[in-house]
Write a protein that binds this ligand. Structure first.
Ligand SMILES: *Cc1c(COP(=O)(O)O)cnc(C)c1O
Length: 357
């Protein structure tokens, strides 16, 4: 039986994506070849790459606005490095908002290239909220933020206004909610949270911000190289790109981001209402910053954990444990997780309260 998969990443994808990608492993496009054995330069795969790049821009509302979509490798962590390499001038400075482990990882990488200014941090409060009052220096080369903090269950609801380029790590909430994506100059996301399997990273970059550092950038790290080579500078992650395309096609058929956002809001509302109502549990993120993707919560009485864990596992739920650095529980409700799975979890929480309150 298919589990109710709350894993934070790699994570659940639509069932039809699993089925179609499995089919392509056996016989891709009726070619008599597996997707795993075809050339990335074959006509069939070039069409996949082209459609995937175009569909990303279409779904984000960025077509014809000077943006390029790239499917790269190295995970979001590679972009922590590639961003300052391409955007931070020698002797320049970059502004970062520190909202968690991933944000601070990005800050560490940028330090090798210039001055990093942390405009605000919620580290002292264990990253339980998003800092709101801060100034972004107008003379920095860019401002970097993390839209959704996968580990802590916080999400930026309103992005700051600034005149400098805005870079955003959207690994765990891209394609989950409507935003004016044209306010961002560079967006990156490891595919494995909401777009596809592990092995490929999406980078959406406004071409006009590139080429300004005067630095000699190694080709593999140079966004412009990847743009010029149409995201085929080196062999792309063929299967991961194809599976991402299937997921994007599925999203489009659902009605795109506007339609999935409504479902994501309904799922989050259902679970947070129960976390707040149930006497045994407590949410860990500040209410106004709660993530619609990753809901983090604790048992007020930790000694009940073995009994609760047994109950949700028996209900067919998987992947509910919190990140190893924070413990507790984390329900990741990415696009492909059905509302019914959230209802199953809520029912388990209610049942658990009846026998343990
Ligand atoms: C998972 C995650 C990362 C790290 O992604 P990798 O692909 O493993 O490098 C970075 N940022 C955010 C917000 C994440 O959720």
């Amino acid at each position: 039986m298919k589990k109710h998969n709350y894993s934070a990443g790699p994570c659940i994808l639509p069932q039809e994506v699993f089925e179609k990608s499995a089919q392509a492993v056996l016989n891709f496009n009726n070619s008599g070849l597996s997707i795993l054995e075809i050339s990335h330069r074959s006509k069939d795969f070039l069409a996949v790459m082209e459609e995937a790049r175009a569909l990303v821009l279409e779904l984000l509302g960025l077509q014809g606005k000077g943006y390029q979509a790239l499917f790269l490798q190295g995970g979001a962590s590679m972009e922590f490095l590639r961003v300052p390499y391409n955007l931070l001038k020698d002797g320049g400075k970059a502004a970062y908002l520190d909202t968690g482990t991933w944000a601070s990882g990005a800050i560490k990488e940028a330090k090798a290239f210039g001055e990093t200014i942390v405009v605000a941090s919620s580290k002292e409060e264990k990253y339980n909220h998003i800092p709101k009052q801060y100034e972004i220096p107008a003379d920095a080369d860019y401002f970097h933020c993390t839209s959704n903090n996968t580990i802590y269950g916080t999400q930026i609801k309103e992005f700051p206004e600034t005149t400098i380029p805005v870079v955003c790590d959207m690994s765990s909430d891209i394609f989950s909610r409507q935003l004016d994506f044209s306010k961002f100059d560079l967006i990156y996301a490891g595919a494995q949270k909401n777009m596809g399997p592990a092995g490929v990273t999406l980078v959406v970059v406004k071409e006009a911000i590139l080429g300004k550092t005067g630095r000699n950038i190694p080709n593999i790290l140079n966004y412009q190289q990847h743009i010029d080579k149409e995201s085929m500078y080196n062999t792309p992650a063929v299967f991961a790109v194809y599976t991402s395309l299937l997921t994007l096609q599925w999203l489009k058929r659902q009605g795109g981001i506007a339609a999935i956002e409504k479902i994501n809001e309904a799922k989050a509302e259902l679970l947070y209402t129960e976390i707040d109502r149930n006497s045994l549990f407590i949410g860990t993120a500040a209410k106004e910053d709660r993530s619609n993707m990753n809901a983090t919560f604790l048992l007020k009485n930790e000694s009940l954990a073995p009994a609760f864990d047994q109950l949700w596992k028996e209900a067919g739920i998987s992947g509910l444990s919190g990140h190893r650095s924070v413990g507790g529980y984390r329900a990741s409700m990415y696009n492909a997780l059905p509302l019914e799975s959230v209802q199953v979890l809520v029912d388990v929480m209610k049942e658990f309260e009846k026998t343990n309150a």
